[in-house]
Design a protein around this ligand. Structure first.
Ligand code: HEC
Length: 224
């Protein structure tokens, strides 16, 4: 009789016996818990120095005036100027930037109209003379009251936005739009290594020759 009572538990969810308890109670350490392996008793550790974040290459232009100026002068967008990259860029721009900079990039976003933020420039501001490299740089590091976007985006996404911002700048300046390429499979974007490979034509060096063609195309267009 006593055995019968013992074996019947009033709480059905409470198991009397745990077979293979490791399945219920993990032996691994909790990521942010305490542990006795490391010196300070803390489980979570910072990544090893020099760790490269997935989707990002080390960015060598520092968060300084010199870094800004260098990026502005020499940093080029590794992505092709394709319709696909531009539409991705436009979408991301609407999510992250338009609230301050406005849909057209004229610096008249909603927050500016509500007078919640001051000093948002238009992209055709002559004093700033932004370039695709400087746009990338300020999104990566932030600039004064504008924060960094590096933690919420990938490297590729920032370059897509950069293309789109330059498109808005051109429109504000009344320039003839740069020719947008069709997005076709031959051009494979390898984001991890930051290279552009043309799989149909191996002899054509990555990026360089291709991009030059485009620039020439655009240049010719503007001259016409
Ligand atoms: C919270 C409002 C806000 C948001 C959102 C914002 N910006 Fe800005 N942005 C500013 C302000 C303010 C400045 C002027 C900063 C300064 O130089 O004092 C600025 C400056 C800039 C400049 C000019 C920097 C230069 O070289 O002088 C660019 C380009 C730019 N932003 C791009 C972007 C892009 C792209 C995004 C979206 C990823 C974005 N901003 C999102 C407020 C914002």
């Amino acid at each position: 009789m006593a055995l019968l009572i013992l074996s019947c538990n009033s709480d059905e969810r409470d198991r009397n016996y745990q077979y293979m308890p490791n399945m219920y109670t993990p032996v691994g350490y909790e990521a942010y818990g305490e542990g006795d392996i490391f010196e300070n008793g803390q489980e979570a550790k910072l990544p090893v120095e020099g760790t490269v974040i997935r989707g990002w290459l080390p960015y060598e232009y520092g968060d300084s005036l010199a870094g800004y100026q260098a990026a502005k002068a020499e940093l080029k967008n590794p992505l092709d100027y394709t319709k696909e990259n531009l539409s991705e860029g436009a979408e991301l721009y609407t999510i992250y930037c338009a609230i301050c900079h406005g849909d057209k990039g004229d610096g008249q976003g909603w927050l500016v109209q509500q007078e919640k933020i001051l000093g948002v420039p238009a992209y055709d501001d002559q004093g700033r003379a932004i370039t695709e490299g400087s746009v990338y740089h300020v999104m990566y590091h932030g600039i004064n009251t504008m924060g960094s976007y590096a933690s919420q985006t990938s490297e590729e996404e920032l370059w897509q936005i950069s293309h789109y911002v330059m498109k808005l700048k051109g429109a504000l300046e009344g320039k003839e739009p740069r020719v947008e390429l069709d997005s076709v499979p031959p051009i494979v974007q390898d984001v991890q290594y930051g290279t552009v490979t043309n799989i149909l034509n191996d002899e054509q060096p990555a990026g360089g020759a291709l991009e030059q063609d485009q620039t020439e195309q655009t240049a010719n267009k503007t001259e016409e």
